[in-house]
Design a protein around this ligand. Sequence first.
Ligand code: GLC
Length: 611
Amino acid sequence: MSAESRIDDLVARMTLRQKVGQMTQPERMHITPDEVRDHHIGSVLSGGGSTPGENRPADWVEMNDAFWAASVEEGEGLLPIPLLYGVDAIHGHNNVLGATVFPHNIGLGCANDPDLMVRIARATALEILATGVEWTFAPTLAVARDDHWGRTYESYSEDPERVGTLGEAFVRGLQGDLGDEAVAACLKHWVGDGGTTGGVDQGETTCSEDELRRLHIAPYLPALRAGALSVMASYNSWNGEKCHGHRGLLTDLLKGELGFEGLVVSDWNGIDQLSDDYVEAIVQSVNAGVDLFMVPDQWRDFIDGTIAAVEAGRIPMDRIDDAVRRILRVKERYGLFERPRPAERPHSDTALFGSAAHRAIAREAVRTSLVCLKNEGGHLPVSKHARILVTGRNANDRGHQCGGFTVAWQGTSGNEHVQGGTSIWEGLHAVAPHAVLSPDASILDGESAGFDVAIVVIGEGPYAEGLGDVRSGGTVDPGSGGATPTPGPVETSQGGTPYAATLDHHLNHPEDLATLEKIRAAGIPVVTVFVSGRPVVVEHEIDASDAFVAAWLPGSEGAGVADVLLGDHDFQGTLSFSWPRTDSDRFNRGDDAYDPRFPYGFGLNAEGHRV
Ligand code: GLC
């Protein structure tokens, strides 16, 4: 029986309720295996930081095995269709304790190495499979055009060509030949998520169709050609119309013109923003072309509302059948019907998870992602035998060097949650016997202690999505298309307040400049390492440094920073984003009157020459 005829056969046998169940994706905390069985659920997800048991691979395998077994139970009124489990494994299997955490995409964009992307994706796939999971909501193909956006670090670059090249490689690494070592990829967020006005998360992207195609759709073309099995709809609106309800983008363009045969999944409660009337929101999004619905807790209302809308003739049955066929086709192409239960799969709970081999790949990625922006006075590389003062808020903080979407949705602080790997300090200390750690540089309160050089690791704290936005005013009302924040107390798309009101780092974290100035006053040369999820305004910090290195969010293998600072490897990273002079700068490669602090493609080596 061919795949398509198997699909035809299944669809012909399914009741409406079974079909709608297959289109439903609850979050793991809001459903049990018995409910998966009884409601014919097609997929379950873990939201950021939502983890089972002790959050070890064995706990994940146990959870997935139970969900899978429930989905294939046979009996009266039951049709065995194996469930797909999805997670945001966006820089390694980042939810899980002990996972290899790779640099976030912004750093990989600066490394700009498609072969490395394939190796990272393959290692990530194996760590995902070790937990019995089959699907990751990655790669993000956002072309972030405004550094104020809280998700800039999930973007490889402001340049669509670099995004497309790296995203395509990542899909090839994840899916490979769709064999035993494959996981299903998900291109996101369709489309224009990185182009919102002011970088407002889930906001309004206003541009011509030509610009949308040139900037934001272009990176999807190579990734779709690579066979990506799924696409996630975006929260943002395009010219005032929400993507989750946009038939032109979801059906006519993606599925029609581009011939996409996989499934479109909504984002987390993304359909809610279409209408205050939930059934109306369902009708709009189903008819627009969303196939699988990420309805974490409202999944019962979704099922009942969809069935009611079909029975009332508001959603045609052939649209339901098309959605179900697409979901079944993804399961077919992924070989899900043939795979054993999670507990019996070859890679479940294997030692490859967090392995030294995977960490070596991550460490290489850290090395090649670093971008040297300033290098004066010949202080790079730092001698391993020098008396090195290692200081700064982010010097010994694996949580901060990993950033958001790491164990917790908003990331963590300190070293305890990122198990395995090394902080930047730990990497330095392992090879520089005379290095001394003093995070606040209080060691200098006594005397200059005869240091030859200071390595000062500063920058941002962790954040994710709208809570990482930089915005000075107004509340985003996503339901209104998030066009422009309405006046009033600042609130992000997830509620709560944005990370900062300005990109001016010395205003957000004055303690960093104070540390730099304290060290300068002691007459010690300064090598600054800047940990951040985006380019930020660091005029004062750069002036107070002899050398300045953008480290982005390097992940669990901080030792990769030491590899370069101490001379085992040279710098090779180049900026994949233009670096701003002021908070109001919004320069992107190719702009007229392009005048950033550091241009796209900039990077120095240890001798101070352009990479
Ligand atoms: C989030 C993000 C999306 C993620 C999804 C599931 O809101 O927008 O990128 O895949 O929810 O966690």
